[in-house]
Design a protein around this ligand. Sequence first.
Ligand code: ATP
Length: 419
Amino acid sequence: MARKIGSRYTAHQILGRGSAGTVWLGEGPDGPVAVKLLREDLASDQELVGRFVQERSALLGLDHPHVVSVRDLVVDGNDLALVMDLVRGTDLRTRLDRERRLAPEAAVAIVADVADALAAAHAAGVVHRDVKPENVLLDMQGPLGPGGSHPALLTDFGVAKLIDSPRRAPSGAPGARASATTTRIIGTPDYLAPEIVEGLPPRAAVDIYALATVLYELLAGFTPFGGGHPGAVLRRHVTETVVPLPGIPDELWQLMVQCLAKAPASRLRASELSLRLRDLLPLLAGMPPLDVDEPDEPEPEQSSAEPAPEAESPRRRGVVPLVPGSATDSNRDTHTSMRVPGPDELAGGALGTARVPRPAGGHRPGSARHRAETARKRRLALTAGAVALAAALGVGTWLATSGDEPPPQDTKHSTPAKP
Ligand SMILES: Nc1ncnc2c1ncn2[C@@H]1O[C@H](COP(=O)(O)OP(=O)(O)OP(=O)(O)O)[C@@H](O)[C@H]1O
């Protein structure tokens, strides 16, 4: 079912769907390409088409080995398409879903590649604004690097900016937005820098924060502030701090903490981050994935940050599509559009709901699973104490015949305090 895109490209088969459109495997005058065909309702939005053309040079100007280059923009009748380099491989989300956690060396090598891509983009004045595993493609035809990782390429440059328009919806219409009092956040909650939540314009440092969040996720298997209602996720970015991952080398952790700093000016620049990550690779060689358990999901909490209407449908990681009305076949609608929470809403957020990493087998203090685990350990300790006592007394049959647990004080080898 081939279809023509403009006069120069033919789309042959669908590679996947995102919230803004469908990506096709295509053919152009210079060989195979990937064609991202924007959704029809976006393509028929005259303002968006105008900006699409305006952004042309910024989108086309990025040429770097770790950037999925946009080669052409096509505006043709109802079609609005970005023609990109074709990456033969998979995206980082798919790899992470498959492996749950990556070995530190592989994770750091991938993130260093993305940091290189960001360094080039930032030098050209382009902020990505939507760094996340879905937008990192792994080139399976590229050479294997440290930790057995294929080269990583960052894609979807400029798309968030294109779609984050100050479009004027008819007043009162559903989805009307961008009035002075209801500035909206566009992005993916788990990766949004605190300054965006606070309503500041996105600068290069937001990409560093998002990339450090991706690195944390590759190592831990979950993001530091994710889980639960999108409003709660946004608030945690502003009010909570990350907790060290068990077993992580200190040098790597310090780097991550610096890039997850609440103050954008405290974060490293992309080029320095890349250098420092690559410096760490020899230290991480051969290290297995960290032994971290999934955190307990935060207790549901009330959030006053108003979600977009789509947030009401249950979705993975509590997120909603970037563009109202979008549907994807990948179950990866990882964008949200929300009102910026007010200062009062943010100030009320230090509820201790951040995901606390646990060494394998542990549970968050106070959680139901932690209480159950504590009770189980206590029973084990009581039994162990009873066994020791029985052994000491030479009455092995006592355990078998007694249904009563000995009182707790019997389980401890307490030494009376000396006067
Ligand atoms: N240049 C490319 N080469 C090969 N495959 C690609 C390319 N760009 C995207 N894809 C694949 O197409 C699919 C959809 O990509 P798309 O960028 O539209 O969505 P997404 O990033 O997963 O989601 P969203 O747009 O909601 O952020 C993904 O599975 C991705 O792996």
